[in-house]
Design a protein around this ligand. Structure first.
Ligand code: DP6
Length: 365
């Protein structure tokens, strides 16, 4: 869709420069779980883009001294060279050379880091792949002035981010973003995400999503492998149908501010995701005992106080606590007194719906 063989640097030109983006993570309310082909989703998904959980990526570029074939890349994560990440990134950059053929002509230095501790077990592929995609689109625009129009820039960044990690395509937009064909959202596509900000009811615009770290251990099964196991899952077909149907209900609820229905869908989606993992072959469980304890406490607290506070889960053990700004003073003491003691090393991250990625000033070497 975005392949463009004409994006080559003319001989004699020696471009150098630096590009710096920070891009956030996101939490899906309708989950993407199951894919086909080159990173196409089996069902539509929609997420809140976060504010505090982000990746910052600095890309330095200069002409390649050795004009041999292939990607020339140095990579550092949190200031340290990381060969495993470097190899993965080279593979990804090689796969997108038809989109950015000039990548063959440059030497790239990528420095990346997350705002959250690596050990927190927070999926970082959404923030890291969206940050990288934004850097690459800015690079294309600096070299060829081909992405001057914001809408086109975002669409291409989302497309490229998707190729790196499906959920990353939604992080390009602030507020909410939807990915995957659905009748519920005009313009929704399997190729890239679309923003869902203008139609969103005010109550969701500063919704909270506190992340409670139930366990910092590495996941036993990666998301990539988890998506793969959906191919043999007996519940796959009804699940994809459910996500399609739910998308229509959720879009209504996002427009009219019915937080109760929103919460019921968010919780059921989280548990459905984990049920799909448990019913895969081989079966696996990513929730930990404290994830379940927290779920019970959240439901009890909601029952007793009638406050609209709900949970979500990513493909991991950590709880995402969703609630509107209006109840923050009631919810905070509950988190600190009852939930934080169940977090590993009492680790939790206060987060909320954010405005999306931001291009930053140049930094030093
Ligand atoms: C559970 O986007 O991490 O977070 O496309 O293989 O990189 P890949 O998978 P990834 O899957 C994450 C799925 C999820 C739900 C969601 O974000 O929609």
């Amino acid at each position: 869709m975005f392949d463009n063989p004409s994006l080559l640097i003319a001989s004699g030109e020696t471009p150098t420069g630096q590009i710096n983006w920070k891009s956030p993570s996101n939490i899906a309310i309708i989950k993407y779980w199951g894919k086909y082909g080159v990173q196409y989703p089996r069902n539509p998904s929609i997420s809140f883009t976060l504010e505090n959980a982000f990746t910052q990526t600095v890309l330095d570029y200069e002409p390649k001294t050795d004009q041999g074939e292939g990607i020339s890349l140095d990579f550092a994560f949190h200031g340290e060279e990381n060969e495993a990440f470097r190899v993965k990134m080279v593979k990804f950059l090689e796969s997108i050379r038809p989109i950015f053929p000039f990548l063959n002509q440059l030497h790239l230095k990528v420095r990346s880091g997350n705002s959250f501790p690596h050990s927190a077990g927070i999926a970082s592929s959404a923030s890291s792949m969206s940050a990288l995609a934004l850097c690459l689109c800015t690079l294309e625009d600096e070299l060829f002035q081909t992405l001057q129009e914001d809408e086109l820039f975002d669409k291409k960044a989302s497309y490229v981010a998707r190729l790196g990690s499906g959920s990353a395509c939604r992080s390009i937009y602030g507020g909410m973003a939807a990915w995957g064909e659905t009748e519920a959202i005009i313009g929704a596509s399997n190729d890239f995400a679309v923003p869902f900000m203008d139609e969103m009811h005010d109550i969701y615009k500063n919704f909270h999503d506190d992340i409670l770290i139930a366990s910092q251990s590495e996941k036993s099964v990666s998301s990539r492998a988890g998506h793969g196991l959906m191919e043999g899952n007996a519940y796959a077909a009804p699940r994809y149908q459910q996500a399609n149907d739910r998308m229509k209900t959720l879009v209504e609820v996002l427009k009219n501010g019915d937080v109760e229905t929103f919460g019921a869908i968010a919780e059921n989606e989280a548990l459905t995701l984990h049920a799909l993992m448990m019913t895969s072959e081989p079966s696996y469980v990513l929730m930990r005992p404290n994830s379940l304890k927290m779920i019970e406490l959240i439901r009890d607290f909601r029952q007793e106080t009638k406050h609209p506070i709900y949970f979500s889960l990513d493909a991991g053990p950590n709880l995402h606590l969703l609630y509107p700004e209006t109840v923050i003073h009631e919810v905070r003491p509950f988190i600190e007194e009852q939930l934080v003691p169940l977090c590993e090393e009492e680790m939790w991250i206060s987060d909320w719906v954010g405005e999306g990625p931001e291009q930053l000033e140049e930094v030093g070497e």
